[in-house]
Design a protein around this ligand. Sequence first.
Ligand code: MLT
Length: 325
Amino acid sequence: MSLFKTILATTGLATALVAGAALAEYPERNITMVVPFAAGGPTDTVARLVAESMSKDLGQQIIVENVGGAGGTLGAGRVASAEADGYTILLHHIGMATSATLYRKLAYDTLNAFEYVGLVTEVPMTIVARKDLEPTDLKGLIEYVKANKDKVTVANAGIGAASHLCGMLFMSAIETPLVTVPYKGTGPAMTDLLGGQVDIMCDQTTNTTKQIQGGTIKAYAVTSPKRLDIFPDLPTAVEGGLQGFEVGIWHGVYAPKGTPSAAVEKLSASLKKALKDQNVGARFAELGTLPSPEADATPAALKAKLESEIARWKPVIEGAGQYAD
Ligand code: MLT
């Protein structure tokens, strides 16, 4: 063996050179984007729009895989334990932060199991009901729930879901319990709301806009600080009497800890382009949301958001005394 080859072999330089060359070509095959909720829900909607745009940019298909269950923690766990090679990523939302407190036996260490790619969007929520529920405004809904203690059913996507968080805040605000009906995502939950099998739900506009506009469900409020352009006549929860009731569902993209930084940087650059994609922006606007600003589509911004949101929701969850285990 030549001296050059000996040096290469003994110093591991060959491995590094091969890895570097491979990363220069990254991605060389399909990437799996895990969505930790059932297909057809708000997280799935956001993921498929972003994945389609990133696929065009990267020249490889980003395939969305729905891994629902346990409020998003099963899908997050799937990515935490995946090969850290840049070919498995996760698109998840605020539940990444709330689950860190709600689940005292999580299969992963939230702040140490992932690399951060960037923030994607922050989606408002809507308090909605089956279309034949009697109350005509939020005040009337609150009175109805109080008068029908333990009978009114609320759908959510499991403890740790955005719909669970909003439902928990609603029950705390009105100091009245509801009967919770969990699903693997608010996609399937919407089917039962449309069919009248469940009474109310708090869900993201990315899943309720079409039904509200079509009159197939009833809307009582939005959880954003201001009314939405797509629903100028729909009051905010604060206008409806729920003081301080504001919650936005931020979404981020993650990769398993140890994913090569060159791959993470390429994914982050591609995410930034996707958020500037006119089709993504137009579709987000139709669904009541906006792409995150470019400065937020970065690993540092997502890391800071996750850390601050874990700290923000920990006392709220502990105050409500609701845990998954
Ligand atoms: C979904 O995509 O099904 C929702 O994000 C579930 C939830 O978080 O409420």
